[in-house]
Design a protein around this ligand. Structure first.
Ligand code: ATP
Length: 631
């Protein structure tokens, strides 16, 4: 329902309610105020006080003569007045000269009236039908109101509420109004090249008709979260200057069977009227999930079938392009991916170093940057960050600068912003000295194993300030380059660094603490993937044991492999244990060999709370030199 109709509807309802109130509540109430008994009425009649009489079906209304009303007024004024309040009974001080009385079965009434000079007549009966309807409607009103609110909640509470069951929730925007162009997106060069063709088609569909070429109807953007898939779809509409229909897959899925399918139909109907245009279905996996995986969900199946049917029903080149986005292409129904439907897949991957620099440039365009800021160096230390992460870093940096009341955003703001995004905000609650000591050794353990193991990512900073992400301290390593392939030895080194904290606790305090649980979890995950996915176990050999998981999300496991024997599961477990135990032993050995360095780094940490890479390097070098001298 659009806004105008919506408020007009409410106005109408308010008007009806006001009339109902006036007619059925206020009027009877006000009438009842001048209610008299039948005997009083007869007395007024006998005393010749009455001017006119209206005889209704159930009551009689009569008007007193002018003088009579005035007499009553005088009578009221004679009552004592204290502090402005008229004492006595609660008769109104200035009574109305119109009275109302319940009509009795009085066969002599007309005779009495005829014998006087009173003007009298009947009152037209009320509309019986209206009375009947109101008799039913009024008691039901509270029920209707409760029903309306419950169903409004069920259907998502959107502006249309219950009245918009079958309507799609696609918001229509003009292409130009998306305001997004390719210059607003960084690091997606390849995807952009592929989308150019679609843009040319949308700009001039007839040109393609001439050659009888059939353009892809559906384009599926796949990639990890936050890489700019939605932004790319918007930019495609923006560049082509066509309307952009945006809807998320989950909003098709309703609790009422058939609603999703109706929404799909409605969306396509709307889009066809606006062609050329783009329909963008975000999280398409919510409806496009393989029917094999969906057990007994007829609503989802109906919706998917409707989507498939609509895509088939498109005349070639009718100017509507459907774009979908997902992080989980693996679970999509094959029927959705066949030629003629989403026949073009575009990978939107995590940005490279250059891409990250471009994205940072875009998101810092409006910021007053210190000239010393080197965006390339920020891009260098942020491998694995998505476009959304980088946008967040730029925003955090500007917030930090604003909090300092500074004129410019500095490199230090960016450093802190990266830390905030990686580790969370600093918590103000201080640690007790014993906990501080344990955390200092734990974090120094991570840092030193990383320093001594060749090929590990360099340590950037170590802190024992607790963070809002739940860490009591953290060791930040900054990879120096994007890693596309990781070797077995590098994976083993990563595990050793993760277990360095626990190894340090075992070395210094002779027992481990709960602080290493997250390290253990991550190390075990690496070991599990080494064994079940990468064929890095001699005993299990080059076989993939994990079920097909998600490429862009973590979540592979052997859980669904019913075909594996119990022995295989046991062997997988013992191989994982072997790898993790070896990693801990490696870390322990390194720390035991360099215990004085560990002591010194942990000591500095306890006094300063934070130590950076240069300070750690200086301590390591100093000890190396003294060891060499001793030899
Ligand atoms: P999801 O899969 O989680 O839906 P997505 O891939 O659709 O994520 P977007 O919603 O397009 O990601 O991106 C989120 C935000 O991140 C954007 O609004 C934008 O600010 C920023 N962003 C992501 N990628 C880029 C990019 N390549 N260039 C510029 N900004 C980007």
């Amino acid at each position: 329902m659009d806004k105008k109709k919506f408020s007009a509807g409410y106005f109408l309802i308010a008007l009806v309610l006001a009339w109902l109130f006036a007619e059925y509540i206020y009027k009877p109430y006000s009438e009842s105020k001048s209610e008299v008994t039948y005997s009083e009425f007869l007395k007024d009649l006998d005393d010749k006080n009455i001017d006119t009489v209206d005889i209704g079906d159930s009551r009689i209304t009569y008007k007193l003569k002018e003088g009579v009303a005035a007499n009553n007024e005088n009578e009221a004024e004679e009552r004592p007045i204290v502090d402005g309040v008229i004492l006595g009974n609660f008769k109104r001080a200035k009574p109305d000269n119109v009275k109302s009385v319940v009509r009795l079965q009085d066969p002599l009434l007309i005779e009495r009236l005829s014998g006087s000079d009173i003007k009298f007549g009947g009152v037209p009966p009320r509309n019986g039908l209206v009375d009947l309807i109101m008799g039913i409607l009024l008691p039901m009103l509270p029920l209707i109101i409760i029903w309306y609110f419950i169903f409004r909640g069920m259907s998502g509470g959107g502006p249309g509420g219950i009245f918009s069951f079958g309507r799609s929730r696609a918001r229509e925007l003009q292409g130009e109004m998306t305001g997004v162009l390719f210059k607003d997106i960084g690091g997606v060069g390849e995807a952009e090249v592929e989308l150019r063709e679609i843009i040319d088609f949308l700009k001039d569909p007839k040109r393609f008709d001439k050659f009888g070429a059939r353009l892809p109807r559906g384009v599926l953007l796949v990639g990890p979260p936050g890489t700019g898939k939605t932004l790319l779809a918007k930019a495609t509409a923006g560049e082509a200057g066509v309307p952009f229909f945006f809807i998320t897959g989950s909003s098709f899925v309703e609790m009422f069977v058939g609603v999703g399918a109706a929404r799909v139909r409605d969306l396509f109907d709307q889009a066809k009227k606006k062609a050329p245009c783009i329909i963008f279905v975000d999280e398409i996996d919510a409806i496009g999930q393989s029917r094999m995986n969906v057990i007994n969900n007829s609503e989802q199946e109906n919706t998917l079938n409707q989507l498939l049917a609509e895509m088939d029903g498109f005349a070639t080149n009718n100017g509507v392009v459907i774009m979908g986005a997902t992080n989980r292409p693996e679970i999509l129904d094959q029927a959705l991916l066949r030629p003629g439907r989403f026949d073009r897949q575009i990978q939107v991957v995590l940005p490279t170093e250059e891409g990250r620099e471009e994205i940072l440039k875009i998101h810092t365009r409006a910021l007053p940057l210190d000239p010393a800021i080197d965006l390339r160096s920020i891009a260098k230390v942020t491998p694995g960050f998505s476009g959304a992460d980088l946008a967040n870093i730029a925003n955090e940096a500007s917030l930090l600068a604003a909090r300092r009341n500074a004129e410019k955003v500095t490199m230090n703001d960016f450093d802190l912003a990266i830390e905030r995004v990686v580790a969370g905000l600093q918590r103000q609650t201080p640690l007790t000295p014993e906990v501080r000591k344990k955390v200092a050794f734990h974090e120094s353990g991570h840092a030193l194993v990383a320093c001594y193991l060749p090929g590990s990512d360099p340590v950037h900073k170590v802190s024992i300030i607790p963070t809002t992400k739940g860490a009591l301290g953290y060791t930040m390593q900054m990879p120096t380059e994007d890693q596309y392939l990781v070797s077995e030895s590098e994976l083993k080194n990563r595990m050793a660094v993760m277990l360095g904290g626990r190894a340090a606790e075992l070395l210094i305090f002779n027992e481990a603490s709960t602080g290493a649980s997250n390290d253990l979890e991550r190390a075990t995950e690496i070991a599990r993937r080494m064994v079940t996915e990468f064929g890095m176990s001699e005993i299990l050999g080059p076989v993939k044991y994990a079920s097909n998981g998600f490429k862009y999300l973590s979540g592979n496991s052997t859980e669904n492999r019913e075909d594996l024997g119990t022995n295989t599961f046991d062997t997988i477990d013992s191989e994982i244990k072997k790898l993790v135990t070896q990693a801990q032993e490696n870390a322990f050995k390194i720390l035991r060999d360099h215990e004085p360095v560990l002591q010194e780094v942990a000591g500095v940490l306890q006094s300063k709370e934070v130590i950076n890479s240069e300070e750690i390097e200086a301590i390591v070098k100093k000890h190396n030199a003294s060891e060499n001298e001793a030899e």
